[in-house]
Design a protein around this ligand. Structure first.
Ligand code: PRP
Ligand code: MN
Ligand code: MG
Length: 179
């Protein structure tokens, strides 16, 4: 897998540092509340685990699975709900955990879904934010890194469902997807 990476952007250690920092910020901000942490599958799987280990607050955990890239490098523009949230959302303080905010479409869709279900508050914690990719107006509340406008994989992020298990985030060689 390493051979397909042009450049490592965030190493295993840098990511661990970011997860720790964000987990501590969340611990401070959510002290005395009982939030519901919702991990956005599949991309957020690794980041969710690492943030949760640093999150020292009574919290519920759930998952939602949405997809819009379908393995490719460009958003299809349409967010498909693959797996619904099973928890009761009404009146809850929600922390959405994402791997990356790019066009913002996924996040906008999820925030709307949670608001329709009666969430009291929705905050977003993302490892990566790509502000240059934005098509719709959404913002993350907790950000690990601002990422340049490149197609990145690793640590949960995929191309064609591969590379999610890389322990770092890197830029994929264009030769891999320009075939
Ligand atoms: C990716 C990524 C985010 C979303 C961000 O998910 O994990 O959820 O796209 O892009 P956006 O801001 O342009 O909407 P993807 O659709 O690839 O599904 P996956 O997480 O299962 O890989
Ligand atoms: Mn995703
Ligand atoms: Mg994907």
């Amino acid at each position: 897998m390493d051979n397909d990476i042009e450049k490592v952007l965030y190493s295993r250690d840098e990511i661990a540092g970011a997860a720790k920092r964000l987990g501590k910020e969340l611990t401070r901000d959510y002290a005395g509340r009982q939030p519901l942490v919702i991990s956005v599958l599949k991309g957020a799987i690794l980041f969710t685990v690492d943030v949760l280990k640093e999150f020292d607050v009574y919290a519920d955990i759930d998952f939602v699975d949405v997809s819009s890239y379908h393995g490719g490098t460009e958003s299809s523009g349409k967010v498909d709900l693959v797996r619904e949230i099973s928890s009761d959302i009404k009146g809850r303080d929600i922390i959405l955990v994402e791997d990356i905010i790019d066009t913002g479409r996924t996040l906008k869709y999820l925030i709307q879904l949670l608001e329709e279900k009666g969430a009291h508050d929705v905050k977003v914690c993302t490892l990566l934010d790509k502000p240059e990719g934005r098509v719709v107006d959404v913002k993350a509340d907790y950000v690990g890194f601002n990422v340049p406008n490149e197609f990145v994989v690793g640590y949960g992020l995929d191309y064609n469902e591969l590379y999610r298990n890389l322990p770092y985030v890197g830029i994929l060689k264009p030769s891999v997807y320009q075939k």
